[in-house]
Design a protein around this ligand. Structure first.
Ligand SMILES: C[S@@+](CC[C@H](N)C(=O)[O-])C[C@H]1O[C@@H](n2cnc3c(N)ncnc32)[C@H](O)[C@@H]1O
Length: 266
């Protein structure tokens, strides 16, 4: 267990800007996770809950939800946002700072979710097994895990763009009037260990014209479909569904798409 929380704890700027980044703000997965939470009846555990992007809408739907995250910065933002929610929403939420690789919360859940790939911050099979085993221990009999990771794109792994800043996103402006443009860069691809080293680069222009360049750097491990299925099976899960997107289209509907597993405790 060597790495930190995927760079989410290194510098508070990542958490402070997170909810304003357009692809995070507009990520089309919230309804998918809220619907599963409602069908489960709760309680739900979100592993790597971050700023509460999915957790708070789940609580608004009346479902008790616990959020586990290693980053105090991300949890601080989540707590601030919760203060603006009605008391009955706040009452549904429990936040815990802890490591998904090894946790004991003293209760069980009907559903555990991992929205937007926190699991890919685990870089070794040892950590992955430790995390899935901890999740399995926290599931009620018949409870389910939704493991949300990306489907590796073979084209992206061979693209000749290592070290280039690419993928300009729409600019956004923070409430303080700071204009932000973001790019991404792949620093390295370790195809033996299935780890890419990524940088998300934020160019800030402050209201007084001062410029700043901030970098969120982290390694990510990618998993292939059958590797993940074997891993889940090894840790006491039976895969019931594999989706390519949050509309529940089957894997293969789009490429690369996501790799979303609905796995039941067995
Ligand atoms: C991409 S964010 C996803 C946040 C949230 N689930 C969402 O959908 O917006 C990944 C989150 O995983 C958390 N994380 C990374 N490593 C972790 C670990 N070992 N234990 C718990 N949380 C971790 C990070 O702090 C971050 O909040």
């Amino acid at each position: 267990m060597t790495q930190d929380a995927g760079g989410y704890q290194d510098d508070p700027f990542v958490a402070q800007l997170y909810d304003q980044v357009i692809p995070y703000r507009d990520r089309p997965d919230v309804e998918f996770f809220v619907n599963f939470a409602q069908e489960s009846g709760g309680p739900v555990l979100e592993v790597g809950c971050g700023t509460g992007r999915v957790l708070i809408p789940t609580a608004r739907a009346g479902i008790p939800i616990s959020g586990l995250d290693l980053s105090g910065h991300m949890l601080d933002i989540c707590r601030q946002k919760l203060k603006d929610e009605p008391l009955e929403v706040q009452d549904q939420v429990t936040l815990i700072q802890g490591d998904m690789r090894d946790f004991s919360l003293g209760k069980t859940f009907s559903l555990v979710t991992t929205p937007f790939r926190p699991f890919q911050h685990l870089l070794t099979v040892e950590d992955q097994v430790s995390c899935l085993t901890s999740i399995r221990r926290h599931l009620e009999p018949g409870g389910a895990l939704i493991l949300d990771i990306f489907n590796p794109s073979l084209e992206a792994f061979t693209a000749d763009n290592l070290g280039e800043e690419i993928g300009e996103e729409p600019e956004f402006t923070t409430p303080e009037g700071i204009k932000v443009l973001r790019f991404n860069k792949t620093i390295s691809r370790d195809i033996v260990n299935q780890i890419i080293q990524v940088e998300l680069i934020y160019y800030l222009t402050h209201p007084d014209g001062q410029k700043e360049r901030l970098v969120h750097a982290f390694p990510l491990r990618y998993l292939f479909r059958f590797e993940a299925e074997h891993l889940l099976s090894r840790c006491g899960f039976e895969v019931k569904e594999v989706y390519a997107d949050y509309q529940k289209n089957p894997l293969g509907f789009t490429y690369p798409g996501e790799l979303i597993f609905v796995a039941h405790a067995c």
